[in-house]
Design a protein. Structure first.
Length: 178
């Protein structure tokens, strides 16, 4: 009976030591991941890649950031690299690469337009809202801004929103903007 108790105590102490070591290893792994250098990509490269991806319908153009090097790979709808280089074999099915999202994934469409109008031209809000109930909305919207000398302000506002969205996306994905 005494021998069973001692064996059980020994087993429980070994289990406790194992659990403690496991916790320490998990903590060290977590710290190492947080301290490891992030992938660095220029904001200009990310903006250009976003424009490339967004210039066509979903999945026609794509771009990927290589998490180990920070290189941006651009793919056309014909599955060739736009710069003529070789496509990495594991580009679309490896966690070494992360796809650059389409502009629509950031909600930078109508909602951005309406925020801008609310902030800069609130008296035109209803009119602009009506534009977006019909075809040719962006053309009408930009013509309206041009008549009010706000077209350049819109482009700057839109650019800041794109850059902010990309910064947030990069941070969420462990990518550092250089």
């Amino acid at each position: 009976m005494q021998r069973q108790r001692n064996t059980r105590k020994w087993f429980l102490s070994q289990k406790s030591i194992f659990n403690a070591l496991s916790t320490v290893i998990n903590f060290i792994t977590f710290i190492c991941e947080k301290m490891s250098p992030q992938t660095k990509v220029s904001l200009d490269d990310l903006v250009a890649a976003l424009e490339w991806v967004s210039a066509a319908s979903y999945s026609e153009n794509s771009a990927y950031v290589a998490l180990d090097t920070g290189a941006v790979h651009w793919l056309g709808s014909d599955l060739t690299m736009e710069d003529g280089s070789e496509i990495p074999d594991d580009l679309e099915n490896s966690d070494r690469y992360i796809a650059i999202p389409h502009r629509n994934d950031f909600n930078l469409g109508n909602s951005l337009v309406f925020r801008f109008v609310k902030e800069t031209l609130p008296e035109s809000y209803g009119l602009v809202r009506d534009f977006f109930r019909q075809r040719g909305a962006y053309t009408k919207f930009k013509n309206h801004l041009d008549r009010h000398d706000l077209l350049d302000a819109w482009h700057e506002y839109e650019q800041r929103a794109i850059e902010q969205a990309l910064r947030e996306w990069a941070e969420e994905n462990g990518i550092q903007i250089k």
